[in-house]
Design a binder for this molecule. Structure first.
Ligand code: CO
Length: 169
């Protein structure tokens, strides 16, 4: 497994609509393993394939929040789609590994329903809420060339020390 370089704006790959995955062979398995390593090294809690320069519809998410009763979970989702958004929304402060040094307030659905397939092509579905739902929305936006700054109100600069305190995606 390999830590790949995280690409940052204004790399055009971050603005492209990523292609659906149809081949679940060794290249995809290696991509997912490398994305997990890259996310952990950053460190981050989510990463989309365009962030390592690969325009394919793949995301990884690793998250836990013991205080909210959310145990440690690691997801690799291929061809993910959000098929339902709650009407209820929440504003939260987001940053992005591909846009160093800034954060912004983004309004996101509180709960979403995510469908896709896992790394072997088996059906995957999940109904995350709260911060986990925010991570999935942020990562799936990346697959469509959308960055949090497109959705954010009140963008602010942060120092590297402040950025290190945040869950980065
Ligand atoms: Co991001």
């Amino acid at each position: 497994m390999t830590v790949r370089t995280i690409v940052t704006i204004p790399q055009p790959v971050l603005r492209r609509k990523a292609a659906r995955v149809t081949d679940f062979g060794p290249d995809l398995q290696k991509l997912i393993d490398d994305m997990i390593d890259t996310m952990r090294a950053a460190p981050g809690v989510g990463l989309a394939a365009p962030q390592v320069g690969v325009s394919r519809r793949v995301i990884v998410v690793e998250y836990e929040d013991p205080e909210a009763g959310i145990p440690h979970q690691l997801y690799a989702v291929v061809n993910p789609e959000i098929v339902a958004f709650s009407k209820a929304t929440e504003v939260g402060v987001e940053g992005c590994l591909s846009i160093p040094g800034i954060v912004g307030e983004v309004e996101r659905a509180l709960t979403v329903e995510v469908r896709g397939v896992d790394r072997r092509g088996r059906p995957f579905s999940l109904r995350p809420s709260g911060w986990l739902a925010r991570i999935f929305q942020h990562e799936i936006d990346h697959l469509n060339g959308v960055l949090f700054t497109d959705r954010a109100a009140r963008i602010e600069r942060v120092s590297p020390a402040e950025a290190a305190e945040m869950d980065r995606v």
